[in-house]
Structures are given as structure tokens and as C-alpha cells.
Design a protein. Structure first.
Length: 268
């Protein structure tokens, strides 16, 4: 029987409506990525990313899992139909979703409430910060079914934990815990499962009150710096500073500093 609930819930934080919450909403399937869920997630991300009233985004999962990656039942049907097109979903869905998360011009926090596997791990690493439930399990999982990584993991995992450990995790596909992930610097905080969303929202509210334009430039600079040499990075940073010089947030913050006042950012 088809699920009539929305595949992705888009809500606002009751305490601070500048925080948007995106919830993968197929808990019975552990938020496995079906075409339905993928086609609901991308516009949800792009809509809140483009909404000037949103200054921080939280991505989480309903139920006991964050996201266990591709729905293999649906994938098996696609393989049987035509192996040559079975992975069209990578270009059509996964790549745009990861790009939308990583390029959103505002901070994105992954509230990882349960198992986070495959493409789900790719989504989490496309976010800027991660809060994880104590004891939860992560895994790359791709080689276990004869595949390599997608959803940006071959780059994002290496950037997060280093090339040697990323290669190990991708080759062996072994599970690792939230506590391991924190010790490697992959997640910011590990908290009880019931506190994951609350903790993520507290962090999102802090970011939502900050200099949104500066955050967007920080994100762009980090991604640019990961793939370019120092002269290009220096030029990129200089151009970004010039753009930020015209923002009200920067100008007012400088005035507040000189007046020995705590700055209040408006996100513009």
C-alpha cells in the first residue's frame, strides 16, 4: 500500500523560524533512497537554500535511521530491466542532491539520528557540521555489493578523515561508530539519540543569528581550496573579502567592535 505521507517533511524551528528542518520521512524503510524520496529531497533543499528567510538548515531522518542509502529492492528491479541505465540515478538524483547541500549559501547541519550508510553518509558529509547519536553505526557499504563510492564520498570522506583512513573505509566497508567518527573529526558532537535534533537545532539557531553572507563565502572558500593551488586560493579569498566589505553585517560588526558592543547580524 503506497505511503501517503510526504516523503520529505519541510518545517521551521518553533524557537527560530530562520531555521528550516528537512526530515527524510520513510521510517519504515529506514529512509532508504527510492526515486520518490530522491525526487522529493532535491526540491526541498533547493527551495530552503533559495529562501532568504532561512539562515540555517537541519537535515535529519524520521524514525530509527538517518538514511541507509539506496533502496536495493528498487535497484535490483532497475538492474533486471537494464543494467546499462540502472545507475542513471547517480547523475539524475544523487549528484544534484549532494551539490545542493554542499553549495547551499547557508550552513547545513546533519542531525544523524541513526544508521548512516552509503549515499546517506554522502549526504551527511555534504553538510557542513554533523551531530550524531551515541552508538550509531556508519558504513560506506559500496564494495560489499561490488560497487565503488558515489554521492561524493571518494572526495568528502578523504577530506574529512584523510586519504589513508578513507581508503580503508571504502575498501573494507567495515562499520564504524559515532564515537569513532568523533575521534576522527568527522562529527562535532555525539549525544544520546533523543538529544540529536535538539542539539542540532541549538547549533542551527546559533548559526542563524550569524553573518549569513560570510558563512556562504566560508563554504565556497573551503570547497575551492580543496581543489586549487595556493595562488588561486589567495585570489579567491581576496575577492570574497571584497564582496563581504559591502555587507551590512560586516560594516555594523566593525562599528560594534569599536564601540565595544556585541555585534548583531542580520544576514545581509
Amino acid at each position: 500500500m503506497p505511503d501517503t505521507d510526504p516523503a520529505v517533511l519541510v518545517t521551521r524551528d518553533e524557537t527560530d523560524p530562520a531555521v528550516a528542518i528537512l526530515t527524510l520521512n520513510r521510517p519504515a524503510r529506514y529512509n532508504a533512497m527510492t526515486v520518490e524520496l530522491k525526487e522529493a529531497l532535491l526540491p526541498a533543499i533547493t527551495d530552503v537554500a533559495a529562501d532568504d528567510t532561512v539562515r540555517a538548515i537541519v537535515l535529519t531522518g524520521a524514525g530509527k535511521a538517518f538514511c541507509v542509502g539506496q533502496d536495493l529492492g528498487e535497484h535490483a528491479a532497475n538492474l533486471e530491466k537494464d543494467p546499462a541505465t540502472a545507475f542513471d540515478t547517480v547523475a539524475e538524483h544523487y549528484n544534484p542532491i549532494v551539490t545542493a547541500l554542499s553549495e547551499a549559501p547557508k550552513p547545513v547541519i546533519a542531525a544523524i539520528n541513526g544508521p548512516c550508510v552509503g549515499a546517506g553518509l554522502g549526504f551527511a558529509l555534504a553538510a557542513d557540521l554533523r551531530i550524531a547519536a551515541a552508538g550509531l553505526k556508519f558504513a560506506t557499504a559500496f564494495t560489499g555489493i561490488g560497487l565503488t563510492a558515489d554521492s561524493g564520498l571518494s572526495a568528502s570522506l578523504a577530506h574529512a578523515v584523510g586519504v589513508a583512513r578513507a581508503t580503508e573505509l571504502l575498501l573494507l566497508g567495515e562499520q564504524f561508530s559515532a564515537e569513532d567518527a568523533q575521534s576522527w573529526g568527522l562529527v562535532r558532537d555525539v549525544v544520546p539519540a533523543e538529544d540529536v535534533l535538539t542539539t542540532a537545532l541549538e547549533l542551527a539557531r546559533r548559526l542563524a543569528s550569524g553573518p549569513t553572507a560570510a558563512y556562504a563565502e566560508v563554504k565556497a572558500a573551503v570547497h575551492f581550496g580543496a581543489i586549487n593551488d595556493l595562488p588561486a586560493v589567495l585570489a579567491h579569498e581576496g575577492a570574497a573579502q571584497t564582496r563581504l566589505a559591502s555587507t551590512r553585517d560586516h560594516q555594523q560588526a566593525v562599528a560594534d567592535f569599536l564601540a565595544k558592543k556585541k555585534p548583531t547580524f542580520e544576514g545581509r
